[in-house]
Design a protein around this ligand. Sequence first.
Ligand SMILES: *[C@@H]1O[C@H](CO)[C@@H](O)[C@H](O)[C@H]1NC(C)=O
Ligand SMILES: [Ca+2]
Ligand SMILES: [Ca+2]
Ligand SMILES: [Ca+2]
Ligand SMILES: [Ca+2]
Length: 435
Amino acid sequence: FLMHQNSLLLLFWFIINEGFLSPVHLPLQGRLGKEGPRGLVGPIKNGGAGFQRVKRGWVWNQFFVLEEYMGSDPQYVGKLHTDLDKGDSGVKYTLSGEGAGTIFTIDQTTGDIHALRSLDREEKAYYTLRAQAVDIETGRPLEPESEFVIKVQDINDNEPKFLEGPYTGSVPEMSPVGTYVMQVTATDADDPTYGNSARVVYSILHGQPYFSVDPKTGVIRTALPNMDREVKELYHVLIQAKDMGGQLGGLAGTTTVNITLSDVNDNPPRFSKSIFHLRVPESSPVGSAVGRIKAHDLDIGKNAEVEYNIVPGDGGTTFDIATNVHNQEGIIVLKKPLDYETKKAYTFKVEASNPHLDPRFHNAGPFKDTATVKVNVLDVDEPPVFSKPSYTMDVYEDTPVGIIIGAVTAQDLDVGSSALHTSGKTSCYCCISGN
Ligand SMILES: *[C@@H]1O[C@H](CO)[C@@H](O)[C@H](O)[C@H]1NC(C)=O
Ligand SMILES: [Ca+2]
Ligand SMILES: [Ca+2]
Ligand SMILES: [Ca+2]
Ligand SMILES: [Ca+2]
């Protein structure tokens, strides 16, 4: 309804401006008529009278026709007129150029121009035509042929459109209020040089209180402090662009903007428990992995990389710890041989920290976690061990069977159940037993 009222007002304005308020002899001169050089064609051609003669009636530059006109009758555009026309039908007006005869018709006698169909300014904003007035009897031109423009006058029939939408954007979590996220732009096909039909104002329909949009520029910024990726990572923001300067009655378009909070290192690694128990056989070789512990980090990527260290002291010298880069577990590695008979348990502290730190999050205390590792060494039923890996014995040839030629010694290292002897140490004598 408002749009129609607008159109009517415009129409009236033109009738008043182009018709009633113009000098009677210049009913067709457009608003821009004084500026264009064409306006001088008549007077100059007509000689020395110059600008005094400007009121002579064969001067115009621009007509206006309202776009998207829905009336049942052809829309009146304007009137050609020459002073040589005495109203006795002695003059014939003709039209040529863009749309002449198809879109625009002229009444040969009266010079009235009409538009036969509705026009779309967004498709074509100007039509350039030529007018001629000839003597109806002789066909002789009464005036020089004159070029003029019919301008299609804008109405607000296009809503702003986000041609590049939908959008995705990203901003670091924990950003201060007012941090730039991205810019969205809506385009309005209507005439930006006339009225407010293409004057776009942005607003946010969904996404408050987290984000805001600048009404003029479409720049989206954060509007809430301490937005935490580990709590909520993805936001769906709905932005509206409305023409008529955002006023009631304006046309609107919307776009969605998916905004992801990117990660910052605001979480230290945390052990799931304060004590880890490991049971390690005393026979484990040096360099082997004897246990795994895990500190979990809520962040992602680089910010979730965990570095493990054994806190110096106590039982720490027997073990080492390294990170499994695939799952960020701490792998406890045996650094020295274990011996159940010598030491049955070890206790040491392990620290988990991030190698990539963000100094903004250090004021809330140490950015790491510690846990205790208790290792129980398991006794292994070890076989007896010979005193030497090999023995050499010298024997004379012809030595008779059964003669002792030497002895080997083996020892059982286990405490308690000895397979050989209660002393734990046994010697055996060797002799030649056969051929
Ligand atoms: C925004 O997120 C929604 C839901 O996750 C998804 O369906 C849509 O495709 C996303 N839009 C863009 C532009 O990524
Ligand atoms: Ca249009
Ligand atoms: Ca328009
Ligand atoms: Ca518009
Ligand atoms: Ca984080």
